[in-house]
Design a protein around this ligand. Sequence first.
Ligand code: PHE
Length: 444
Amino acid sequence: MKDTREQWGSHWGFILATMGSAVGLGNIWRFSYAMGSGGGSAFLIIYLISVLLLGFPVMMVEFSIGRRAQADAVESFKKIAPKTAWFIAGGFGVLAAFLILSFYGVIGGWSMRYTWEYISGGVTGDSSAFFTNFIGDTFSPVFWQSLFMLLAVGIVFIGVQKGIELTSKLMMPILSFLIIALAIYSMTLGGTTEALNFMFRPDWEAFADPNVYVTAMGQAFFTLSLGMGIMLTYSSYLNPDERLPSSAAIVIALDTAFAIISGLVIFPALFAFGLDPAEGAGLIFIVLPTIFEALGGIGVFVGLVFFVLFTLAALSSAISLLEVSVAYFMRRFNKSRKVVTVLTGIAITLLGVVSSLSQGAMEITVFGYSFLDFIDGFTGNVLLPLSALLAVIFVTWTWKNDEILEHTDTKDTSWGPSFIFVTKYIAPLAILVVLIMGMLNWLS
Ligand code: PHE
C-alpha cells in the first residue's frame, strides 16, 4: 500500500481542491459582515496584512510538511522527526478536522433542506419560526445531515483523483459562476450604493481598535482552512515539482475574491429591502429567505440558486475535513480507503447528531454553550491555533534555514529570507495572540 500513495492528477486539480476547502461558510456568512462592522476598507487592509503575515506562512508550512513527508497529518511529523513528540501537532489537526466536520455536516444538512424547500416553492411566512422549528426538530435535521454526510462520504470513498479532484474541478467553476451571477442580480435591486458604503467605507479609526486585528487574523485563519491538517494532507498528494508559493497565493487570492463577491450578493439585496446587516446562521437561514420571498416569483429561483451554491461550498469543505481523518485512519489501521471512509463517516455523523439535537430537540449544553456551539468554539479558539502554532514552530525551529527554503520552494526567490523571518517570528506571535484572545473571549 505504501508505494501506491494516491496523487493529484494535475496542478489545477490540486489548486481547485484546496480552494474548495477554503471557500466555505466562512466566506459567505462571515467575511463581509466582519468587514462592514470592522472599518470597511480599513478591515480589508488589515485582513490582507494578516493573510500575508499569518495565512500565507502557515499555509506554506503545512504544504511543505505534507509534500516533504508524503504522509497523513500525524505520520508526516513522525517521518520527518522520528522519536519526537511533534506528531501531537498533527494529532490536534486530525482531532479538529473530525470535530469540525461533525457540526459542519449539520449545517450542510440545513442547507440541503433549504435547497429542497426552494425546489418545492420556497420558505414563506415567518422565516424565523420556520428555521427554529426545523432545527429544533428531532428527526428532520438528522435526516438532512445524514444525506449531506452521505455525499461527502461518497466523494472521499472514490478517492483523491476521481473523487475529490474531479468533483472540485466541477464544483469550483459552477460555484464561481453562480456567485458572480447572483452578485450581478443583487446589484440591480437598488441597494448597491448603501452596500458598497457598508462594506468599503474607509473608517480609519478601525486601525486603532485591537479587536479588528484579532477578528481579521481569526478570519484569515479559519477561511484558509489552516490548523486542521487539511493543507498538509492535500499537499501530501503532490509531486515535488509543484510550486508551493504560487499555489498558496492563488488559493488565497481566489478565497478572498469569493468572500468579497459574497458580500456583493448579500448586502445590496439586504439594503434594497431595508434590512439590517447580520452574520452567521440567522443571516443565511432567516434574513435571506425573507428577501427571497419579497422578490416575488423570481425569488424562489434565486433562493434555489443560492442554497445550491451554499450547499456546494459546504460540501467541498466537508470533503477536505473528511479526507484528513480518512488519510490518518487508513494508515493507522492499515485498512482500505473504502472501509475507512464509511466507518469514519458514520462516526462523525453520529457525533454530529448530538450537535443537531442540541439545537432545540434536547437540552445538551457544555459550559453553558449548546453542544454545537461548544464544539465550534473549542475547535476554532483552541485546537486550530494550537495545531498551527506547533506546526510553524516545528518547521522553523527544527529545520535548518536551507531546508525551509528548499521545502517551501523559496530558495531561488529574493524574498526567501524575509519569508523565513516572518514565519519564524511574526506568524507564531500572531497565532499566539489569536489563541489567547480567542480563548479569553470564548471563556468569558
Ligand atoms: N475554510 C472554510 C470556510 O471559510 C471553513 C472550513 C474550516 C473548512 C475548517 C474546512 C475546515 O468556511
